[in-house]
Design a protein around this ligand. Structure first.
Ligand SMILES: Nc1ncnc2c1ncn2[C@@H]1O[C@H](COP(=O)(O)OP(=O)(O)O)[C@@H](O)[C@H]1O
Ligand SMILES: [Mg+2]
Length: 352
């Protein structure tokens, strides 16, 4: 049994077999650097782009860019026996390292979509973050929209097509939605495979780009206005950080803009009246609960020029560098990065 005054060991997973591998390296470096050393020790495990698990013993600063994969790595795997939370070294030593909770700092497929979460649920390991079901639902933009709508939150008009769909049907659905519209993979992130299509000529290439990432694609009306984010924290009782606002110059927050902010800007708090912020937070909490989220997630919504609130998507493991939006929204509400991580781990292990 763990004594109350003993430090807890947190398995921090980073990298991953995902197009968002590099983003995860940056998030995880920040998480490792900001864990409270008086309360937690990290057990860092990197997952390579091709899916190998490596126990990482080097400095957190070497994660971004991939330098971590050199020296200081030992092949490892998770012990799946229920309740025996341990990492097994696969170097012939037979070494096992016990841990108290798992914190997947992974983005996108094979990390944020419920797959890794299911593994830890099977092993009976407390998770810092959403479980398998909520993660899978939030990764799926179509199913998430359907549940948000049932919870009374407006969603964009849209249409879903599976691979092999008749191009004539896709064209007809697009014409009904109107131009511009957005074509996206049902399950992806960081704007990969997403195109803002201004006119019918652009449709075939956009559909092809979306199918490169998933078996299903979603066509969506372009929602006018701007996108806002809500940082939701909690499981039973929820707190929400300051709402932030994305100011775009080009109508699309694509991968490059997300990570360089060349022509766009993030305003935190959003430049909106307090009542509107309260309405957005309430919608975010309704979606968070409808999708079964726990511990933390960033709920993204659109605010229309007429004041209407429209759900976009939930990121169950949002970008987590010290400059990322979720920590920024929490900081604006008075919760700094280090104490935020402590609170998330407490929520994850059920101490809060
Ligand atoms: N229906 C829409 N109306 C207006 N803008 C949209 C719409 N869907 C997506 N976008 C734009 O595309 C970006 C990425 O889309 P999003 O659905 O959030 O995917 P991702 O999971 O890749 O972040 C959004 O941040 C927004 O700028
Ligand atoms: Mg998004």
């Amino acid at each position: 049994m763990q004594k109350a005054n003993e430090r807890k060991t947190i398995l921090v997973l980073f990298g991953g077999c995902s197009t968002e591998h590099e983003v995860s390296l940056q998030s995880a470096a920040a998480v490792l650097q900001h864990l409270d050393p008086a309360r937690y020790q990290a057990l860092a495990v990197g997952i390579t782009r091709d899916g190998r698990w490596l126990r990482y013993l080097g400095p957190a600063a070497a994660l971004p860019g991939g330098a971590w994969q050199g020296a200081g790595c030992v092949p490892c795997t998770l012990r799946l026996d229920r309740g025996a939370a341990a990492l097994l070294w696969l170097d012939g030593s037979g070494r096992a390292e016990a841990f108290d909770a798992a914190f997947p700092v992974l983005h996108g497929k094979n990390g944020e979509d419920g797959t890794v979460q299911g593994l830890f649920e099977l092993a009976g390991v407390p998770l810092v973050g959403c479980g398998a079901l909520a993660s899978a639902l939030c990764m799926d933009k179509d199913r998430a929209h359907k549940l948000a709508a049932l919870a009374g939150v407006a969603v964009p008009r849209g249409a879903v097509f599976a691979r092999g769909a008749d191009p004539a049907d896709v064209a007809a659905a697009s014409a009904a939605l109107g131009w511009p519209l957005f074509v996206k993979p049902v399950r992806a992130g960081s704007s990969f495979g997403i195109t803002r299509v201004a006119a019918p000529e652009g449709l075939p290439a956009a559909v092809q780009a979306a199918f490169a990432h998933d078996e299903e694609i979603l066509l969506e009306e372009a929602v006018p206005g701007f996108e806002v984010g809500c940082a939701v924290l909690g499981s039973a009782d929820l707190t929400v950080g300051e709402v932030d606002e994305i100011e775009l110059a080009q109508g699309f927050f694509d991968y490059e803009e997300k990570y360089t902010l060349k022509t766009s800007a993030i305003h935190c708090p959003a430049r909106i009246p307090p009542q509107k912020a309260a309405e957005l937070k309430a919608a975010a909490c309704a979606v968070y609960r409808a999708l079964g989220c726990r511990v933390f997630a960033r709920v993204d919504l659109f605010l229309r020029p007429d004041g209407g609130v429209v759900f976009n998507e939930v990121n169950t493991i949002p970008g987590f560098t010290a400059h990322s939006r979720y920590p920024g929204m929490m900081k604006a509400a008075g919760l700094e990065f280090g104490p935020l991580l402590t609170r998330m781990i407490e929520l994850g292990v059920g101490e809060a």
